[in-house]
Every structure is written in structure tokens, then in C-alpha cells.
Design a protein around this ligand. Structure first.
Ligand code: C2O
Ligand code: CU
Length: 466
């Protein structure tokens, strides 16, 4: 076994200054943006070191930043040049169900050499991202992801809008993706595929230029297979202005740790230093250390200070009367150090030993993996409460498709005015009740976004009908 600790969070020393060229996306005559997934190479290690064979959109890690204005159509023609079938999922978008990109639920996976047209309206402004929803545990680990930004109808005034996708890779000694452990049972039954090399926008320890005295919007997403990033900042005073795309009333970020579970996003607004060549750091907690993963450096003459803009709220329907809501329990069990003895998989009750042989380790309500029948059916307009009971020894990042949900109760305590999120982090042993208006007709997944957990049983779905 390779010593995975050797590369543990080594930030590149002497990383070169790196500015992100805006990627121009040539639209075809019919208005479709081409998005091609293929094998390529990426400079994940420090400049001058080896390149890594990856799979990527548009031959770059991350893939191109896609931008669309709120309420407008995004049309993407996806070409699959990968050696296996794939799809594109638009994470966090309250989307037309047929465009949700879930292989085997909302569409057939696109075979190698074929294409699929995604065409949808983005109802909410904010920070989203896209990734495959077919063997996600492998395809995401190999580098397939990109940012999707839905711009507010009237764009708030920032001097710089900077998307940052953070990823935790598992690389071997030579800097190659550690392929032998893709989908390993050890990862499935424990914390998922934790990596040993962190990149920001596909680079190790990049130095990113920000305008001196400028007002900056950082849009951060966690594209790790399984790592919960505990983010810190140094020499950066700002506030959190959005979570999972939805605006929140800014809380200060100077000393707080910001937990960012796999697939979650956080937008931070901050004013850059008033002098050029000043640095702020973005840090990730690793054990008892905080490791810098990116540097933000002021450049140019100071520009005139402006007010922090307020983000306009999106129009998610109110929760309505919770007394009339439909209530569903979602009992999460399994994994190493768990108490699960058996679970149903493919219609058969299997012992733990048999489950493991079938690559399964977890269950929702005694069932491992997606079944023919949904976990529940709701009518459009109905309010749904899902009580998630994390009866395991591990944290989980529970993701709801097509809807944003709001925590109403945590470990028995009522919670008021929680943010709308598409992914909720449940620490070990926690019980969280979320509520949401079932607004969007179709078949929607609920799954853990620790992708090895998803593949090993933590996946189900619900249906909303008119
Ligand atoms: Cu980000 Cu079901 O996925
Ligand atoms: Cu999980």
C-alpha cells in the first residue's frame, strides 16, 4: 500500500502567480454550449512536477465556468468522449426533472461517443456546480466537475467574482490518481475516499490576484469525494453571504471555521487590503494544523471602496403550516462500527457479510441503494418533513435533488430560520429534521454526497406529482 500520508496537504512551495483566464465558450448556432468530457492531463502537482492523467470537461480541471442569468435558459450539449457512460447533473438547481442528469432515474447514461442536450431554466441565482451522476465516485475522483453560476437579475456590484472549487485528490507517489483504491470497500464502509492532495481550481496552492481595496465575492464549492473541508481564513475579514446558492444574512468569517461538506457551497464577500502586495490565505484544517490552500494577493492601485451589496433572496415557496406536512423518517445505519446486522438489497435480505460481498455497507430504513419504489410520494405544493436519524459512527452529507430544504429541528431542539440548503451535514449520531415545499414535479434523489457511501447503499428517491 502506498504511503498516502507522504503528500498529506503539502502546499506547493513557490507556486507561481496564477490568474484565471476567462474561458470563452463558443456557442453553436443553435445556442448550445458544447461541453466535452474526455481524458486529459492536469497540473495538479506544483508547476514543474509531473502532470496527472485525469478526466475533465473541456480538457481542464475544473471544467469551464458556466454562467447564466437567473430565469434564463442554459443550453449545454454534452459529448461523452470518456471510456464509460456518463451524465451531467446540475447540482443544487431546482431544475426540470428530465434535465437532472441522474443515470437510471431521470435519463439513461450517455454511452461513450454519444451526446445529450441539456436545456433548462435556472430559477435561483447563486453558486452551483455540475458533475457526472453515473459512477460518480469514480468520475468525480478523476476530475469531472465545474462551476455553474446563476447571476442575479441585477448583478450586485463586486469588483471581482472569483469561483474557487476545492478538491481533495488521492494521488500516488508519482502524482497519478490512486486507481487501485477507487471504490475500495475500506473507503465505502468508513469515511469515504479521503485524499492526500488539495487543489483549488485544479492547482496546488495558487496565488490569486485580487484588486487592491476591491470588494471580492468568493464562490467556493467542495468537489471532494468525501472530505468535509473545515475552512479558515487568515488576514481576511468578510462575511458569509450565501450557502448552497441561497443568500443568507452575512455572519462574520474572521475567526470562525466554516464547515463545507462534499458538494456544499459558500459565498464569502470581503474587502481586499488597501495596499498592493498584501496576502490573505484560505486555509483547510488538517488534524491540529491549518494548511494554506490558496493565497489571495492584492494587485494594482487601490480602487475606490464601495458598499457591501445585499443579495436579493430567491423565491422558494414558504413552508406553510407544518401541522399539515407529510412526515417521513429516514433512518441511516451501517458502516464500520455500526450496529446494522442486515439490510435489503435488490429485494433480498442480506446479512452484513453478504452485503459487503455485494459492495454495500449502509442502509436507509433497512434498504441499501435505490429501489423501484420511492421512499415517499408527495403532491406538488405539499410540505414535507424528513427526519434524518444518523445512527452511524460517521458524518454524512445528505443531498436533496430538485429542492432546497431547511432544518427545523436538530437533536431535539427547534431551529428557527435556518438557511435553505441542498446538502445538510449530519455529524455522527445527530438527528436532523428538515422541511421543504415539494414544488418540483418528478423523481428526485436523496443521497449521501460522500460518494462511496452513496455507492454503498446511502441512496434513495422521492416522487412529486401534480
Ligand atoms: Cu451533487 Cu446527486 O449530486
Ligand atoms: Cu455518508
Amino acid at each position: 500500500m502506498v504511503n498516502l500520508n507522504r503528500r498529506q496537504f503539502i502546499s506547493a512551495l513557490g507556486a507561481s502567480a496564477l490568474t484565471l483566464p476567462p474561458i470563452r465558450l463558443a456557442k453553436a448556432d443553435d445556442g448550445f454550449i458544447p461541453l466535452r468530457a474526455s481524458a486529459t492531463k492536469a497540473q495538479l502537482l506544483a508547476p514543474g512536477e509531473a502532470q496527472t492523467n485525469v478526466w475533465a470537461y473541456g480538457k481542464s480541471v475544473p471544467g469551464p465556468v458556466l454562467r447564466v442569468r437567473q430565469g434564463e435558459r442554459l443550453k449545454v450539449r454534452f459529448f461523452n468522449d470518456l471510456p464509460q457512460a456518463s451524465t451531467v447533473h446540475w447540482h443544487g438547481i431546482r431544475i426540470d426533472n428530465a434535465m437532472d442528469g441522474v443515470a437510471g432515474l431521470t435519463q439513461a447514461a450517455v454511452p461513450p461517443g454519444q451526446s445529450f442536450e441539456y436545456d433548462f431554466v435556472a430559477p435561483d441565482a447563486g453558486t452551483y456546480w455540475y458533475h457526472p451522476h453515473s459512477r460518480t465516485w469514480e468520475q468525480l475522483a478523476r476530475g469531472l466537475y465545474g462551476m455553474l453560476i446563476v447571476e442575479e437579475r441585477t448583478a450586485p456590484d463586486f469588483d471581482l467574482d472569483l469561483p474557487l472549487i476545492i478538491d481533495d485528490w488521492r494521488l500516488d507517489e508519482a502524482g497519478a490518481i490512486h486507481e487501485a483504491s477507487l471504490g475500495a470497500m475500506m473507503d465505502k464502509s468508513h469515511a469515504g475516499r479521503l485524499g492526500n492532495w488539495v487543489t483549488v481550481n485544479g492547482a496546488s496552492g495558487p496565488v490569486l490576484k485580487v484588486p487592491t481595496n476591491g470588494l471580492v465575492r468568493l464562490r467556493m464549492a467542495n468537489a471532494s469525494n468525501a472530505r468535509v473541508l473545515r475552512l479558515k481564513t487568515a488576514n481576511l475579514k468578510g462575511k458569509v453571504i450565501a450557502l448552497d446558492g441561497q443568500p443568507v444574512l452575512g455572519s462574520a468569517v474572521d475567526s470562525e471555521t466554516i464547515p463545507l461538506a462534499p458538494s456544499q457551497r459558500v459565498d464569502i464577500a470581503f474587502r481586499a487590503a488597501a495596499e498592493p502586495d498584501q496576502s490573505s490565505e484560505l486555509l483547510v484544517q488538517a488534524g491540529d494544523k491549518n494548511i494554506s490552500v490558496a493565497t489571495l494577493q492584492t494587485t494594482g492601485a487601490a480602487i475606490e471602496a464601495r458598499e457591501f451589496p445585499q443579495l436579493p433572496a430567491n423565491s422558494i415557496a414558504p413552508l406553510g403550516n407544518l401541522q399539515d406536512a407529510m412526515s417521513v423518517d429516514l433512518h441511516m445505519e451501517g458502516g464500520a462500527m455500526g450496529t446494522m446486522r442486515e439490510a435489503t438489497f435488490n429485494g433480498q435480505v442480506l446479512s452484513i457479510r453478504e452485503l459487503v460481498r455485494a459492495g454495500q455497507a449502509w442502509a436507509f430504513n433497512g434498504i441499501a441503494g435505490r429501489t423501484e419504489d420511492p421512499l415517499f410520494r408527495a403532491r406538488r405544493g405539499q410540505t414535507v418533513i424528513v427526519k434524518m436519524i444518523n445512527d452511524t459512527a460517521w458524518p454524512h452529507a445528505m443531498h436533496f435533488h430538485g429542492h432546497h430544504v431547511r432544518t427545523i429541528e436538530k437533536n431535539g431542539t427547534l431551529v428557527d430560520n435556518a438557511p435553505w440548503r441542498d446538502t445538510e451535514l449530519l455529524e455522527r449520531g445527530e438527528t436532523v429534521k428538515v422541511a421543504f415545499p415539494a414544488e418540483n414535479v418528478g423523481k428526485w434523489m436523496i443521497h449521501c454526497h460522500m460518494l462511496e457511501h452513496q455507492a454503498a447503499g446511502m441512496a434513495t428517491w422521492f416522487e412529486v406529482s401534480v
